[in-house]
Design a protein around this ligand. Structure first.
Ligand code: GTP
Ligand code: ZN
Length: 336
């Protein structure tokens, strides 16, 4: 038995209920497949009945829905507090990754997987979603010192929490406990092999074998490696919920202007100080960004990465146009 608060219910969702909703049970989407979905209810997990017109692609793990209790028929989805989504190459609509996630554990390991430019992509994703990012460096037990790895990620975003742990050790759950209290939802993202499944098993208190059986479906990818292919909602031992996501090979940045501004705040805050309002910060006289690079307060490599992501975001984000402010989505053209 779970209380609604333990499931992550809050005033934000309560405020969306009307008098006629009293007959329905709030439930949280636990898995989304092509033609079926399951949800966690106060009494356990149920398979939802879907109305004929429902499209499971419109739902994300972590979503709150109202359900008709006798028939388990889905009635409607509640507005989301946060939504992680991305566009895949050639994808017309953004793919939903997870909803109502409080904290995104951006996972990488203390080895060659650690790549600040890739982490910045995940940070933009988290910022744009309205989810707090935390960088989790796994495989801390495999290196003599974690300090050099922590140093590489510490400056990636103001106020960013960064920590190193062994994903397979039970202490990992204590290190992450501040983000995992009752009703809190966290999600794991990162490249294949960094230890997301290991961390999930540690947080959910499962042995590796149980974890594989009851958790994610693992199948071989093109290279014969076993990778996580589904996502689902799992209870954390000390309270809260964890959503695992499939390993992402490449994360293209799109629809994330605000997320990028927040990520690169130390750069975007300088722009108003440039002499020209439309300064490109490349060659203009009186450019505050170039001045900061020159006096050593701004890392030129960081500025290059910022420029590249802003450009990528522009070319991948549909232009919102239309008569009298109607928002018409124009799908992005071929990537250059
Ligand atoms: N020593 C050590 N090994 C780890 C740690 N985290 C993961 N591993 C090992 O690294 C390998 C990959 O870990 P997984 O948890 O399967 O990685 P994943 O991110 O879930 O990978 P995908 O399912 O492909 O997305 C496994 O052999 C783990 O046992 C860690 O913190 N320390
Ligand atoms: Zn400038």
């Amino acid at each position: 038995m779970f209380s609604l608060a333990a499931l992550g219910w809050s005033g934000f969702f309560d405020a969306q209920l009307t008098a006629t909703d009293a007959d329905f049970a709030p439930m949280r989407i636990a898995t989304v497949h092509r033609s079926r979905m399951t949800a966690v209810a106060q009494h356990g997990t149920v398979r939802l009945q879907l109305p004929a017109q429902a499209n499971t692609a419109d739902f994300a793990v972590g979503d709150w829905v109202l359900v008709e209790p006798e028939t388990q028929m889905l009635v409607r989805r509640l507005e989301r507090k946060a939504l992680l989504r991305r566009r895949t190459e050639g994808g017309r609509m953004p793919q939903l990754i997870a909803a109502n996630v409080d904290t995104l554990f951006i996972t990488t390991s203390c080895n060659d997987d650690l790549n600040p430019a890739r982490l910045e992509r995940y940070l933009a994703l988290a910022n744009e979603a309205g989810t707090t990012p935390v960088i989790v460096l796994t495989k801390a037990d495999q290196v003599a010192e974690t300090a050099p790895y922590l140093a590489q990620v510490a400056g990636l975003q103001r106020g960013l929490d960064v920590l190193a742990l062994n994903a397979k050790a039970p202490e990992a759950a204590q290190i992450l406990a501040r983000w995992c209290g009752e009703g809190q939802t966290v999600a794991l993202v990162g490249s294949s092999g960094v230890g997301k499944s290991s961390l999930l098993n540690t947080l959910a208190g499962k042995s590796a074998e149980d974890g594989q059986m009851t958790g994610s479906i693992r199948e071989s990818d093109a290279k014969g490696r076993h990778t996580t292919t589904s996502r689902s909602l799992h209870p954390i031992i000390g309270g809260g919920w964890v959503i695992d996501t499939p390993g992402m090979r490449t994360l293209h940045v799109s629809d994330s202007l605000a997320g990028l501004d927040h990520l690169f705040a130390e750069i975007t805050e300088l722009a108003p100080l440039c002499r020209f309002r439309d300064c490109t910060h490349a060659h203009e006289p009186g450019c505050a960004v170039q001045a900061a690079i020159k006096d050593g307060t701004l890392d030129p490599a960081r500025v290059d990465r910022w420029r590249k992501l802003v450009e990528e975001n522009r070319s991948n984000t549909p232009v919102q146009t239309g008569p009298r402010g109607n928002r018409t989505t124009v799908h992005p053209g071929k990537r250059r």
